[in-house]
Design a protein around this ligand. Structure first.
Ligand code: NAD
Length: 427
């Protein structure tokens, strides 16, 4: 698999759209780089008494429209450039979803599976100890991402509250329900993907009940995207995939007549790894890592990590594919994008497609501020409204300017951020 530098990719995408928009290069210089970056060491006492020092990051790309917002990823291959790229995409994501927040992202270089529960707690608290003065409900509000969980957000919120001397649930989102979290957050990103797919199908006149999807990953995003595709749209999902820690490879789990996402969810661990033997027993075929990409499907939904569909593998995509719904952040490289454009494949770009998570996080912050909590139906209804109107704003821009959906989404987002910077007198 080709390695992709997420920051270079985010800058490349930005530069292309800045040219289309005739953006003043001086303003472009502000937006090509994060405003603030923190790299720090986190000493953690392990259960066996030894001390291990981890490297942590927090990057604040732009906060012209409101406090920075973005997840914290715990991953062994985490780099500052990954965090920078993801922080930049968060700025565009919040702007395109039209929520009053900016873009940030954080991370730690660690395989969370290698830690015990108590070690994880100390690492989470240690991360907050290093940056607590630079985050806060009116400054920068982190959230979970790959490798982090609601429980971890609960510990981080508690640490911040202790250090700041007051209960501050709004410092972090994605907290457990009952601990300041919002109902619907678990489903929000995956369901949000499906709301945009539903609207794309209406636009392309595809009957959802006869449609087929192939998905990558089986973590938080893909689990609920698969459930939504089957239960809300009445379509069929023929495969999902996951990283297998024991074998150190990823596998595709497929079933021609359609997978049962709720069953697969019941045999999947908290890191999104499906139990191979139980899946095999239930009649699932276990194929290689890239099999998901080659399936005969109407919708491809990458929902694992960045850089998965590249110039090297995009030609394996089945000619039936009509929609690429980017559940993951940065799954498609520019070369693969060119292939999709040439083949007239409709793209729902990552920062629009997966904006359901951050939109619900915004709702969580609003509920924390009000100290009044909404029902799940209310959350999901508000989420659907926000995602649907964001999708149609991007579609309208794409039709008006005759540009691809990714460029249209960038145009809307960049324009909103530039306007906020101008209104504040920054540029
Ligand atoms: P997760 O940690 O819950 O799950 C990740 C899944 O991807 C797991 O099933 C894992 O086994 C699988 N995976 C990891 N490496 C893989 C590989 N090389 N090949 C195939 N599968 C692999 O993560 P998540 O929360 O579902 O996030 C997935 C993607 O969506 C990430 O790009 C993340 O940044 C993005 N995203 C997540 C949210 C959210 O709310 N969770 C919101 C927006 C964007």
């Amino acid at each position: 698999m080709e390695t992709v530098n997420e920051f270079k990719l985010a800058q490349q995408q930005f530069d292309n759209v800045a040219r289309l928009l005739n953006l003043d290069p001086e303003i472009g210089e502000v937006l090509r780089w994060p405003l603030r970056e923190f790299t720090f060491r986190i000493p953690v006492r392990l259960d066996n008494g030894s001390l291990r020092v981890f490297t942590g990051f927090r990057v604040q790309h732009n906060d012209a429209r409101g406090p920075c917002k973005g997840g914290i990823r715990f991953h062994p291959a985490e780099t500052l450039d990954t965090v920078r790229g993801l922080a930049m995409w968060m700025t565009w994501k919040c702007a395109v979803a039209d929520i009053p927040l900016g873009g940030g992202k954080g991370g730690v270089i660690v395989d969370p599976v290698s830690l015990t529960v108590t070690e994880k707690e100390r690492l989470c608290r240690g991360w907050v100890d290093q940056v607590w003065k630079n985050i806060g409900p009116r400054m920068d509000v982190p959230a979970p991402d790959v490798g982090t969980t609601p429980q971890m957000m609960g510990w981080m919120m508690d640490e911040y509250s202790k250090l700041s001397g007051q209960y501050t649930p709004g410092v972090i989102t994605g907290k457990p329900v009952g601990g300041g979290g919002s109902l619907g957050r678990t489903e929000a990103t995956g369901y949000g993907v499906i709301y945009t797919v539903r609207e794309a199908m209406k636009h392309l006149k595809i009957d959802p009940s006869k449609s087929v999807a192939a998905m990558q990953g089986f973590g938080n995003v893909t689990q609920y995207a698969a459930i939504g595709f089957v239960e809300m749209l009445g379509g069929k999902v023929v495969c999902v995939s996951c990283w297998d820690r024991d074998d150190q490879v990823s596998y595709t789990f497929s079933k021609k007549d359609g997978i049962d996402p709720r069953f697969l969810q019941s045999i999947t661990d908290q890191y999104g790894t499906i139990h191979k033997d139980k899946a095999r027993e239930a009649g699932y075929e276990i194929e290689d890592a890239e099999a998901w990409l080659t399936k005969e499907a109407d919708v491809l939904m990458p929902g694992a990590l960045g850089g998965q569909i590249t110039g090297a593998n995009v030609s394996k995509v089945h000619p039936r594919v009509k929609i690429v719904a980017e559940g993951a952040n940065g799954p498609t490289t520019p070369e693969a994008d060119e292939f999709f454009k040439k083949n007239n494949i409709f793209n729902i770009p990552d920062f629009l497609c997966n904006a359901g998570g951050v939109t619900c996080s915004y709702f969580e912050g609003v509920q924390n501020d009000m100290n009044f909590y909404w029902s799940k139906d209310e959350v999901l209804k508000n989420l659907d409204d926000k995602m649907t109107s964001a999708f149609h704003a991007v579609l309208a821009m794409s039709e008006k300017e005759k540009v691809y959906m990714r460029e249209a989404a960038y145009m809307i987002a960049i324009d909103r951020v530039v306007q906020a910077m101008q209104l504040r007198g920054w540029v």
